[in-house]
Design a protein. Structure first.
Length: 240
């Protein structure tokens, strides 16, 4: 009887430690990171490959978290999720995920909240880690097996110059919006127009070295630009 009570006590302590760790941004080293997808069935994004007519590279035909490839530039079933740069599929990417304030110092937060950050580096992780999304072996690579986050040059080589071309291209990119790193608000509008943003794995340099590069596009322009890593952007995976 004493052994049973002792075991029950230990299990209770373990559960309490897990809750405490998750609540304050930690995780138990022995635990496997949870994969959380933003649908009731926790289903992963369906992998359908499309081939670039320019580079012959294979990409996924939809954003991570999207139900289908875009039928129009405003197709909300093709918007998908909004990731903070470098984070995995832990649930924070869901457009309606809860928020918490303040950066953390580990690679895997151990919770499903979108981390708000407005000071220091504008990154959810401090100190920063530039290796979280680098290649197939990136610590938090959120892409399906055999896929990874594309680099800045890989986007440049596809020669997409406007938002109109972004949708008419083989990638069928919709205006999926973004998530604000200061208040967690999701918006389809930036600078008074419909916008789309896709993260690359490339970290910025020079005066913007705290940021990461994203492919941004609206009706008449498409470009690569540094953005705060705590922002929420779409992800489109490329085959390695």
């Amino acid at each position: 009887m004493k052994k049973i009570l002792a075991l029950a006590f230990l299990l209770t302590c373990f559960e309490a430690a897990t809750v405490y760790a998750q609540q304050f941004g930690g995780y138990l080293k022995s635990a496997t990171p949870r994969i959380l997808n933003c649908n009731p069935e926790n289903l992963e994004t369906v992998v359908v490959e499309v081939t670039s007519p320019i580079t012959n590279r294979k990409w996924m035909d939809r954003n991570l978290g999207a139900s289908r490839k875009a039928l129009s530039s405003s197709d909300d079933l093709a918007f998908g999720d909004l990731y903070q740069w470098g984070r995995g599929r832990d649930g924070h990417q869901c457009r309606d995920s809860r928020t918490r304030s303040g950066s953390i110092s580990i690679d895997r937060p151990g919770h499903d909240r979108f981390i708000l950050e407005t000071i220091t580096t504008d990154d959810w992780r401090n100190p920063q880690n530039n290796s979280l999304w680098q290649g197939l072996g990136g610590i938090n690579n959120p892409c399906p097996a055999g896929f990874r986050i594309p680099t800045k040059p890989e986007f440049q080589l596809e020669l997409i110059d406007t938002g109109a071309e972004a949708f008419s291209s083989f990638l069928k990119l919709p205006y999926a919006g973004w998530r604000n790193n200061t208040n967690g608000a999701v918006s389809l509008i930036a600078e008074s127009t419909s916008y789309g943003f896709l993260w690359t794995s490339t970290v910025s340099t020079g005066a913007s070295s705290n940021d990461a590069e994203a492919f941004a596009y609206y009706s008449t322009r498409a470009y690569l630009n540094p953005y705060a890593r705590a922002r929420g952007h779409s992800v489109r995976c490329i085959k390695n």
